[in-house]
Design a protein around this ligand. Structure first.
Ligand code: 5AD
Ligand code: SF4
Length: 454
């Protein structure tokens, strides 16, 4: 489930510990789980344990995905302000001010951008190494009772086919992913679909936990704290719930009938309950400013959640925002030109990609140890999105496991990307006890045995 690193064995001592050279380190690796290897062979390892032997050709392929592709940057051409921010981050101070964040978002030009991404990637490597988690996401229902203006599966969108999977079907999809493909982290996602009662969802968590060993992340939107507490006691480990927008006014406009404070309270309760919470914002919305995005990042940091889930707003057909903002129509909700600069109008795919990579890199500056997945939206923006995201400081991937026949209908936005590159699966998904321990360690979750699982 978590990506390993290829390394070449230099020597093996009498205790079965190998000295291994990878693309960035020389490490002492325990070989007790991998037999029949000799100096000169390649292995995949994670933390300090070998996972399996691999061919040199495969090793080179994965190295090319992990390696930086940025040329050494010309430091002399960076502004004094940028250099000061880099110095601050390098010396361990992650409390960037709003002004500094806005400044980073305003950077332009190859040299500046590559410096920003490379710095974030270096920080990621230093603080959390090359440990890339792979999550599988099962979108089990696209019904939603809400009408968020930006969302393609909002209630009033008559233009999509609705579907919902039964509990047994979901368990079957999960079983296939876990037993056959080696997934160890599953996200169960849906719109806010009241057709599933609280007890049905809890039953679902129990069924999956009974049948297979897997970490379950719930992404089912706003339900009561009592529901989430019971789901946690029943075996759910994580909750993926974005706060979306921390500007109360814009939040209320974009999510009719909902209040930012309720969302915030729920997220804080989930963290208190013990959930591994993934949260974050939607950025690039009409009416947002860069200052607003900076506020979102500062708010995110204040939550102290272990994982970020954030992504750019992409157009979705048949929604109130579908002819905006890339179509150029001006929208001014909540915007305040003095607050950074307004975004939204006339934004091209390239600008949005740049905004997303900047968001990831700045998030890494602010939260050096947080888990940052490359979200589907980034992959939708650019085929190389997965790679670019990792090189800008991200360290997790989400693969879509929704059954093929429903994939198209989970159209939160248009042309959603859903490929699962073989190479990532090959290196990221492996079976065996050691990968479980690594995840538990990394997630710092309460070991399941210590929780009251029925
Ligand atoms: N573009 C990008 N992300 C979207 N989401 C909903 N609609 C869109 C869109 N048009 C995101 C929301 C939600 C997550 C499941 O999908 O942030 O939290
Ligand atoms: Fe429903 Fe979530 Fe879409 Fe809002 S963003 S309409 S809550 S699925």
């Amino acid at each position: 489930m978590c990506l390993t690193i290829p390394g070449k064995i230099e020597s093996i001592d009498s205790k079965g510990v190998a000295t291994v050279i990878s693309h960035r380190e020389r490490a002492q690796i325990d070989l007790s789980l991998v037999f029949d290897v000799k100096p000169g062979d390649w292995i995949l390892y994670a933390t300090n344990r070998a996972v399996k032997a691999i061919s040199e050709e495969d090793a080179k392929e994965i190295i090319s995905l992990l390696e930086d592709k940025y040329n050494p940057v010309d430091v002399s051409r960076l502004s004094l302000k940028f250099k000061k921010i880099i110095y601050k981050v390098r010396s361990g101070d992650s409390n960037l001010t709003k002004d500094e964040i806005i400044y980073l978002f305003s950077l332009k030009g190859k040299n500046n951008l590559e410096t920003l991404y490379a710095e974030a990637n270096t920080l990621r490597k230093e603080r959390i190494k090359d440990f890339v988690c792979i999550h599988g996401i099962i979108e089990f229902s696209n019904y939603c009772k809400n009408n968020c203006l930006y969302c393609g599966i909002r209630k009033d969108n008559q233009g999509i086919d609705r579907y919902r999977l039964g509990v047994e079907e979901i368990v079957e999809v999960a079983g296939n992913a876990v037993e056959n493909e080696g997934y160890k982290l599953l996200v169960l996602q849906s719109g806010e679909d009241e057709n599933y009662s609280d007890s049905e969802l809890i039953q679902l968590v129990r069924e999956i936990k009974k049948k297979m060993r897997v970490f379950i992340f719930l992404s089912v939107g706003e339900r009561s704290v009592d529901f989430y507490k019971e789901a946690y006691e029943s075996g759910a480990t994580g909750a993926l719930i974005r706060f979306e927008i921390s500007n109360q006014k814009l939040y209320a406009k974009m999510r009719p009938g909902h209040k930012f404070d309720d969302r915030k309270r729920l997220i804080q309760e989930l963290i208190k309950t013990g959930y591994y919470v993934a949260t974050g914002s939607l950025f690039g919305l009409p009416g947002q400013t860069i200052g607003g995005i900076a506020d979102d990042l500062i708010f995110m940091k204040s939550l102290k959640a272990p994982m970020l889930s954030a992504g750019p707003f992409l157009l979705a057909k048949n929604t109130p925002l579908s002819c905006h903002p890339r179509a150029g129509e001006a929208m001014t909700w909540g915007s305040n030109i003095s607050d950074g600069f307004p975004i939204g109008s006339g934004m091209t795919r390239e600008t949005l990609l740049e905004l997303t990579l900047k968001y990831i890199a700045i998030a890494r500056f602010l939260m050096p140890e947080i888990k940052i997945p490359v979200t589907t939206a980034l992959e939708t923006l650019d085929l190389e999105g997965r790679h670019l995201g990792l090189l800008a400081g991200a360290n997790a991937l989400m693969f879509n496991l929704t059954p093929e026949k429903y994939c198209k209908s989970y159209a939160i936005y248009d042309d959603k990307y859903r490929e699962r590159e073989k190479v990532w699966q090959k290196y990221g998904l492996f079976k065996g006890e050691e990968s479980w321990e690594m995840i538990e360690q990394r997630l710092r979750v309460v070991p399941e045995m210590d929780r009251k699982l029925n």
